[in-house]
Ligand binder design. Structure first.
Ligand SMILES: Cc1ncc(COP(=O)(O)O)c(C=O)c1O
Length: 387
């Protein structure tokens, strides 16, 4: 089991408040149809982990394993790449080339004469940029990716392999987001951001609609009585919001939903405490690079602020423990992919948190391991002696 580490749980006082529909089902049906048509599409595995469930004192623990998603190593393959296809299709419609171009048309190179002169851009801490670069290569357009100071060279190289130009900028992820937006505005590029801000919602909706497929697959693979809990990691919150929407679209009484963040970058927990989306200060220096975000996505927040039952903040050491626990079970999980598991295992060993989150011997918990060894060198270093 996990070693004892300090952590925080904040029950959301606004859980259950009605609000707007952030991700309409029609948009999800389109995303699902498009993504399932891409060459190489296959559902990822849902692992049943009975021994770990027993150690955590719960009935069932199942983990959706995104390490094999489209060969990109993370669930992000579903979001950014889909948003690239949608942005190109919208531009083809605007130019009266084709009102309803599909990703199959784009993969076939039908509109390459037009798309090869279009450029998509985004900021990334690794996985989103890899998805956008991969999508740009697949769908036939140019791509510029912005990374902040601490993104590892391994991650930069992985993005560049898909033919994107990678630009490194000083500061944090949020600074890279702003730089990408400024340059795109000046150059007439399409910003494919996984975070939504004031006046920028269309693309992040597409990104999140793509993510929903991961949750839909997991629920289709789930056998027996439905999950009672879901623990999901949060960066800007887009992934967690997509999972939350899919759970609520599937179950009349959805599972208890817990969002877990790094304690050094817990902007969603801070926003829940403040009762509104807030930016947190600091250098967000967490090992969980994909979750090193200081400002919630506005759209994601609209979902999470009322559908999340509790927010947790977990330390880097707990994430490393979880990577090692999963490695011993033969599952490759990267540092940003295990915060949900860390949240569950820490809460499960603490009587007050167990009671707060209604965790008990009958609980059936759904988790998402959202990445594999996306930075293989770092992964090897962190789990070296686990096996
Ligand atoms: C592996 C992994 N899991 C989870 C997340 C969190 O996604 P979001 O920023 O949408 O909350 C990220 C973000 O980059 C990620 O890379």
């Amino acid at each position: 089991m996990i070693a004892p580490h300090p952590f925080r749980v904040f029950p959301n006082p606004n859980a259950g408040t009605p609000g707007i529909v952030v991700l309409p089902d029609r948009g999800f049906r389109r995303a699902r149809e498009e993504i399932m048509s891409w060459p190489g599409y296959a559902p990822t595995a849902l692992h049943d982990l009975p021994a770990l469930a027993a150690q955590a004192g719960i009935a069932t623990l199942r983990l959706k394993d995104e390490s094999t998603r489209f060969g990109l190593g993370s669930f992000k393959a579903l979001g950014g790449a889909y948003a690239v296809a949608q942005a190109l299709a919208a531009e083809l419609a605007r130019r009266n080339v084709d009102p309803r171009a599909t990703s199959s048309d784009l993969v076939a190179g039908t509109y390459l004469d037009t798309t090869r002169d279009l450029t998509v851009a985004c900021a990334t801490d690794g996985n989103h940029g890899r998805s956008v670069a991969w999508g740009a290569q697949r769908f036939g357009c140019r791509c510029v990716i912005y990374v902040h100071a601490t993104v590892s060279q391994g991650r930069v190289d992985a993005i560049a392999r898909y033919g994107a130009e990678v630009r490194r900028v000083p500061g944090t992820y949020d600074d890279a987001v702003r730089q990408a937006a400024r340059d795109a505005e000046a150059s007439g590029w399409f910003v494919i951001s996984d975070t939504s801000y004031e006046g920028y919602t269309t693309v992040p909706v597409d990104v999140m609609q793509g993510y929903r497929l991961m949750a839909e697959e997991a629920l289709a693979q789930w056998e027996g009585p439905p999950p009672t809990h879901c623990f999901m990691q949060g960066g800007v919150g887009g992934a967690a919001a997509a999972v939350s929407v899919q759970l609520r679209a599937t179950f009349a009484t959805p599972p208890i939903f817990v969002v877990a963040e790094p304690d050094k970058a817990a902007c969603l927990l801070a926003s829940a405490e403040a009762g509104e989306p807030v930016a947190i200060p600091g250098d967000l220096d967490t090992l969980m690079a994909g979750l090193a975000c200081g400002e919630p996505s506005l759209l994601a927040w609209q979902e999470l602020s009322r559908a999340t039952d509790a927010f947790m903040a977990v330390p880097d050491e707990a994430a490393v423990d979880c990577m090692r626990i999963l490695a011993r079970l033969g599952i490759v999980a990267g540092e940003s992919g295990v915060a949900g598991l860390a949240g569950l295992l820490l809460a499960a060993t603490d009587p007050a948190s167990r009671s707060l989150l209604s965790l008990g011997p009958d609980s059936r918990v759904l988790l998402f391991s959202t990445e594999g060894a996306t930075d293989p060198e770092l992964y090897a270093r962190l789990v070296a002696d686990a096996a």
